[in-house]
Design a protein. Structure first.
Length: 575
């Protein structure tokens, strides 16, 4: 080989070795740059996660974007950017970044799910459904997204596809109450009642002995006019599970609606169910409350009272049981037992305002004034800001003629009535009587007039106000005006007629007063007071013997009255 060729060969070898070293060095440099990029991107990503957890989305977004900018292949960064935009309400940018994430890593189910969710939230349901379908068919462990797919099909009213999705769910997870109910809902929407019923049968077969599914099936059958089938499955269930009290209760209701007889098989089943302590007390209470509304007073007095007694004997510590018993007794007119039941209920439900009101109302109607005061005091410990309690308390104090205390209590209640002008007017009516009792007549007249300003047709207030004016012989023209309006509206009411006669008496219009009282005495519910007043009027007319006869009638109705005895004995009217 010549020297020239040898030198040329050596130069070629040298160049080739240099090139190899250069390529190897460049490769090492690129690998180092990629690792550095990843580290830098991961740093921004990690910092972004911190702010994301703190819900500082603005800072998190900046850092996640920086991570994606440094490493354009960072799918996780775009996924987080999508989530941040979603939380900030920017669904369009959220969708855009979720698409980038799935383009970079299409096999990541979480990225795909985020994209599907964004399409759905933007009302692009077909695209969302396509993504869920792709995930379920191509990615592992994505069966859970069948629920989302079924929901989309339901929203789009693609019922057959929804059913198919639910079938897939059952294959993956097995039969469940939730899925069966959803399928029944779809079938009923399609008017496919038989298919809905078959789904219920599947549930009963899968979970034998579960009352809930029998009850649900009974309701489904009844709602679709198949009462006999509902009764049949209930009877079949009870033949195998005799302690199925809730099913028995539902069956009894159907049977009673069907035959309507007091001594029917339905009532027998209801009594058995009410005697079963395992049947939820609230279910029984609801049943009895409904029964009370839908039967005659005669039937309620028989079967209703019996059921109420069973209820409280089986559930003696249930305030609701005693309360509904009180409702039953009140409906049949037994106020005393109703009152006792409500008071018993209060032992277990002292926080039930309605029970306090019911108890106070009945005690007031039964004239148990001392008990009203006692119960009202207890009620105010629980409800110090309830005006209605002050109302009953004030009425009882008036009945006891404790007018000072009554006026204080009633003013408290009036203040608590707030903007309820009707309630304020009711308190004003009572305050009129209380202030009259204390002798504060100006205050009495003021609140009576206020009550009438609110309700100009309140004839009870007119009557009481005019009567007190007549007794005091004050503002008699106003008293006559009001009383005349009352008797014009209620011409046969003995109490109102008596007041009108006494207003006329106070004005010395004795003849007119006598005519009014003669009409009053022809009414029902005439009392000793009415005969006494008539006697007083006759005495003023100079008819002393007739006056004495009326006083004697009064004394027969109110024996022991010293005032009347004195009038009779001395044949004199003491004023």
């Amino acid at each position: 080989m010549s020297m020239f060729r040898r030198l040329t060969f050596l130069l070629f070898v040298f160049l080739m070795l240099g090139a190899t070293v250069s390529v190897h060095a460049q490769k090492k440099k690129n690998e180092k740059d990629t690792a550095q990029i990843r580290r830098e991107s991961e740093f921004y990503f990690t910092e972004g996660e911190k702010f994301y957890i703190l819900e500082d989305y603005a800072k998190a977004l900046v850092l996640f974007k920086k991570a994606a900018e440094v490493d354009r292949l960072n799918a996780a960064a775009h996924f987080k950017i999508s989530q941040v935009y979603e939380n900030m309400g920017d669904l369009v940018n959220a969708l855009e970044n979720s698409i980038i994430a799935t383009d970079l890593q299409p096999e990541n189910k979480y990225y795909q799910a985020q994209k599907a969710s964004m399409f759905a939230r933007l009302n692009e349901f077909e695209k969302a459904a396509e993504i869920y379908r792709y995930m379920i068919d191509n990615l592992e462990n994505t069966e859970e997204y069948l629920f989302e797919l079924a929901a989309i099909y339901l929203y789009q009213q693609e019922y057959d596809k929804a059913i198919a999705a639910y079938d897939e769910i059952e294959k993956a997870y097995g039969i469940s109450e939730e899925i069966v109910v959803q399928k029944q809902t779809v079938y009923l929407e399609q008017k496919k009642v038989d298919e809905a019923i078959r789904e219920g049968e599947r549930l009963i077969e899968e979970f034998p002995g579960d009352e809930r599914f029998i009850l649900r099936q009974m309701e489904l059958l009844t709602d679709n006019g198949r009462e006999k089938d509902a009764e049949a499955i209930a009877a079949e269930y009870l033949a195998e599970y005799d302690n199925g009290g809730t099913v028995r209760l539902a069956l009894s209701r159907m049977q009673m609606e069907e035959d309507g007889e007091e001594d029917s098989e339905g009532m027998q089943n209801m009594e058995r169910a009410f005697s079963d302590p395992d049947v939820d007390v609230s279910t029984k209470v609801a049943m009895l409350a409904e029964y009370r509304q839908n039967v005659s007073a005669e039937e309620l007095e028989g079967n209703g009272v019996k059921l109420a007694a069973l209820l409280t004997s089986v559930h003696p510590s249930s305030g609701a049981a005693w309360s509904v018993q009180g409702d039953v007794y009140q409906s049949v007119g037994n106020k005393k037992k109703a009152k006792d039941a409500y008071l018993k209920a209060l032992q277990y439900e002292p926080g039930n305002l309605q029970l306090w009101q019911n108890s106070l109302q009945l005690l007031t109607e039964l004239n148990n004034t001392d008990s009203v005061l006692l119960i009202a005091e207890k009620a105010l410990e629980v409800y110090p800001n309830q005006a209605v309690i002050y109302y009953y308390n004030g009425m009882a104090l008036i009945s006891k003629r404790q007018y000072e205390e009554a006026s204080y209590v009633l003013e408290q209640g009036k203040r608590l009535s707030g903007s309820n002008l009707q309630l304020v007017s009711i308190f004003n009516a009572l305050l009129g009587e209380a202030y009259n009792g204390t002798g504060d007549y100006d205050a009495s007249d003021r609140v009576y007039e206020a009550a009438l300003d609110y309700d100009p047709e309140n004839y009870s207030v007119m009557n009481n106000y005019s009567y007190y004016l007549a007794i005091r012989e004050d503002k008699l023209a106003r008293a006559e005006e009001l009383s005349a309006r009352v008797v014009k509206e209620y011409p046969d009411n003995v109490q109102y007629l008596d007041t009108y006669a006494w207003v006329l008496f106070a004005q010395k219009k004795y003849r007119e007063a006598a005519k009014v009282m003669e009409k009053a005495l022809k009414s029902e519910n005439v009392s000793a007071t009415h005969y006494e007043h008539y006697g007083d009027i006759l005495f003023k007319l100079g008819e002393v013997d007739q006056a004495v006869n009326q006083w004697k009638r009064a004394l027969e109705l109110a024996p022991g009255s010293k005032d009347i005895e004195r009038k009779i004995a001395e044949k004199t009217l003491y004023e």
